[in-house]
Design a protein around this ligand. Structure first.
Ligand code: SF4
Length: 405
């Protein structure tokens, strides 16, 4: 079966990703993993993450995918030696210098070529294969036709592709906008996402090429890519010979990680159960609309995206649902929730868990604080108790539709 690979920005998110159906997770250490603003994992936490993941017979890959400068190399060498000692399942690397270090000091750990290395053709795949890479995470900028051709021309290497998540206006993060504008380096994992900022921009050097620019009182957003979503292409992707499908988003909430993972999990399982008669379910897109996202599109899947690939009107996220909290235990007949946002008596809240068919709604009749006193509403960063006359699965999440009046 194809591998479903989910992001994990910290240990809690990792547990949710695995519990909601990921076959493997990818994480970053405190340095070198291209997401400086995610919580990330200390060396000790990486060890715990490896043990937890292996206990479930799943896999864990560590991103070491910065474009390193000389001063990083010694520390990277020590980090890679540590990753070898704790037996991670693969290293995700972009920089040929880091590949050289990994081959020298951790030969037995498989190396996956990061999408950051922008591998876009079969000769490039062969090149990296000759240099010891076991898996290629293909550039997001490939169509499915190109991917199929690569598969056909290089049958004996693992191929991974992104199916969901944020896109860059540049080639997968190899971009100097953030460096240039505020001295924060995207290639060292510190991008400030200036492509999402509101610009007033005039491009005068391309006569005959008219970029649509819609403006509101704040400016325009011509660099602002929509989010990738290939849920409606699952059967073709699974038939293309791809080995792993990847969800982007180490900085997203545990609710996002869990819900997006379970949707792709359901779609993949659904495909394998009904291979000759696969039908995507409406609930997939409905649920993907319930996580915080930008407008969806299908990226480069069908070839070069047209002008609809950007959202020219807003760089904001679409948020239809609020993540309220997660189940952390049961005591004296009460379910204990870690509360992330306010809800009140009388609200209708939804409980989601690993399987879509187990979701249900409930109108809140009573809420209790940690000492079992009745309260009218919850407060973020507290524990609240709920009494329900049905059994909740571990890792249950609660959410609420946002009232847009
Ligand atoms: S500025 Fe935007 S396009 Fe450039 S690396 Fe950051 S997120 Fe990607």
């Amino acid at each position: 079966m194809i591998e479903l690979l989910s992001p994990a920005g910290n240990l809690t998110k990792l547990k949710y990703a695995l519990h909601y159906g990921a076959d493997a997770v990818y994480i970053g250490g405190k340095k070198f993993g291209l997401r400086q603003k995610a919580d990330n994992f200390s060396p000790e936490q990486i060890k715990q993450a490896v043990e937890y993941t292996h206990h479930l017979n799943k896999k864990i890959y560590i991103a070491v995918n910065i474009y390193a400068h000389n001063q990083h190399l010694d520390e990277i060498k020590n980090f890679i030696k540590y990753l070898k000692m704790i037996k991670v399942d693969a290293l995700i690397i972009s920089d040929p210098g880091v590949v050289t270090i990994a081959r020298k000091y951790a030969e037995e750990i498989p190396m996956h070529l990061s999408t950051q290395a922008n591998c876009t053709n079969y000769e490039s795949v062969k090149f990296w294969q000759k240099n010891g890479l076991q898996r290629i995470i293909l550039a997001r900028e490939l169509s499915i036709a190109e991917i199929k051709e690569i598969r056909q021309k290089v049958p004996n290497i693992e191929l991974e592709m992104f199916v969901h998540g944020a896109m860059c206006i540049s080639y997968s993060g190899r971009c100097l906008l953030s460096n240039f504008l505020i001295q924060r380096n995207a290639n060292l994992g510190d991008c400030a996402q200036p492509c999402r900022w509101k610009y007033s921009l005039v491009e005068e050097t391309r006569p005959g090429q008219f970029f649509p620019i819609l403006e509101d009182e704040y400016g325009t957003y011509i660099l602002n890519s929509k989010d990738l979503c290939l849920i409606n292409k699952i059967s073709e992707i699974l038939e293309s010979g791809i080995d792993s499908i990847k969800i982007e988003g180490r900085m997203k909430s545990l609710y996002y990680t869990a819900n997006v993972t379970r949707i792709y999990r359901d779609a993949v399982n659904n495909y394998y159960k009904n291979q000759h008669n696969y039908q995507s379910k409406n609930i997939y897109l409905d649920e993907l609309e319930k996580v915080s996202h930008r407008q969806y599109y299908e990226g480069f899947y069908n070839g070069r995206p047209d002008k609809n690939a950007q959202n020219y009107e807003s760089s904001g996220y679409i948020r239809n649902y609020q993540f309220l909290g997660e189940l952390i235990g049961k005591k004296h007949g009460f379910y204990q929730f870690n509360i992330r946002a306010k809800f009140s008596i009388g609200d209708t809240i939804e409980f989601i868990s690993q399987y879509l068919e187990d979701d249900f709604s409930w109108t809140v009749d009573k809420i209790y604080d940690e000492e079992q006193n009745e309260i009218e509403f919850t407060k973020p960063n507290t524990i609240a108790l709920l009494k329900l006359n049905r059994k909740l699965s571990p890792f249950t999440i609660i959410r609420k539709k946002i009232d847009k009046c």
